[in-house]
Design a protein. Structure first.
Length: 324
């Protein structure tokens, strides 16, 4: 998948700032630190080598020791001032203050004293630096999740311990489960726990606002499978920088698991036993894969163009096998 320009820009600036403080660093070590291959890191160095301040003459460009690089060592010799701290304008500072104040009121932050302390410290510094403009901003957000429940889940994640949940699903069925927590994630107004459910014997995604009670245990979490990071919930929110589309899908009752596995905005039970879910989709490829994989249970899709795209993808796949 092609890398976004803004992701690479952040990495390039990070490389300069890191080298300015750390001194010469081995290519392999630097590549590992920034999560890229050594070949990609060398491409980044080449890009930085022709970057600099206006004028863009040789003395205006970022520079490295070419001889050291040939020996596999990255040594920054001229940063051209790119390591100076960024200065925020009033509008940018106020936007950050608003975001931090909103974040400080969410259950996920209030449930974790360490996280709350970090947010409070950053907010205090920004508020002091922004002055009177910050006093005009007051944003408060609050989800339906119980703070005590989130505190238990956050502690279990931090300590690697299993939790015992009393949970009510979208079909209004209550059950007790033992879950190895892997992560907490938030989409729109809901928070989700992703983990291994020992009752179901598989990976599951639980809406935290449907957790009736959560108890910590002393049992360490089991070894996380290799594919643990590839979960449905994370794929729904992947590519979050892209456009968000609202899609409604009507499913047969046999696909009730969709309401639990996928972070949905709304679930509507219908008289014939089927149900409809409303999704906010940022990754069309993920939605096509979901609908194609479970097409037998898909009864209707809205908007129609989404259904047409999925049908076209199905025809293209069948054509690959010589079938119409």
């Amino acid at each position: 998948m092609a890398e976004r320009a803004n992701d690479r820009l952040v990495r390039l600036l990070g490389i300069v700032a890191y080298l300015d403080g750390a001194g010469p660093v081995d290519v392999e070590e630097l590549a590992h630190r920034f999560g890229v291959t050594p070949a990609r890191l060398r491409e980044d160095i080449d890009a930085l080598w022709v970057s600099g301040t206006p004028g863009y003459m040789p003395d205006d460009l970022i520079d490295f020791d070419a001889f050291s690089l040939e020996e596999g060592l990255v040594s920054l010799t001229q940063s051209r001032g790119l390591t100076r701290p960024l200065r925020l304008g009033t509008r940018e500072a106020v936007a950050l203050v608003a975001a931090l104040r909103a974040m400080s009121t969410t259950p996920a932050v209030q449930a974790d004293p360490g996280r709350a302390a970090v947010v409070a410290a950053a907010l205090d510094k920004l508020t002091a630096a922004t002055g009177e403009a910050a006093s005009a901003v007051d944003v408060r957000l609050g989800g339906p999740e119980d703070v005590a429940t989130l505190e238990v889940l956050s502690r279990a994640l931090a300590t690697g311990r299993r939790v015992r949940l009393r949970y009510v699903d979208a079909a209004d069925v209550t059950s007790e489960r033992e879950v190895d927590p892997w992560r907490l994630l938030t989409q729109s107004e809901a928070t989700y726990l992703v983990g291994w459910c020992h009752r179901a014997g598989g990976r599951r995604t639980f809406r935290v606002d449907r957790v009736l009670s959560a108890e910590p245990t002393d049992v360490p979490v089991s070894a996380v499978p290799v594919d643990a990071e590839v979960d449905v919930a994370a794929q729904v929110v992947a590519d979050a920088a892209g456009p968000v589309d609202e899609v409604r899908v009507r499913w047969a009752s046999a696909a009730r698991w969709v309401a639990e596995e996928v972070p949905v905005e709304e679930v509507t039970d219908l008289p014939d036993g089927s149900f409809e879910v409303r999704l906010r989709v940022t990754n069309p490829a993920w939605l096509r894969r979901l609908l194609l994989t479970h097409a037998v249970d898909v009864l209707a899709v809205d908007p129609p163009q989404v259904a047409a795209e999925v049908a076209a993808a199905a025809r293209a796949a069948l054509a690959g096998y010589g079938r119409d």
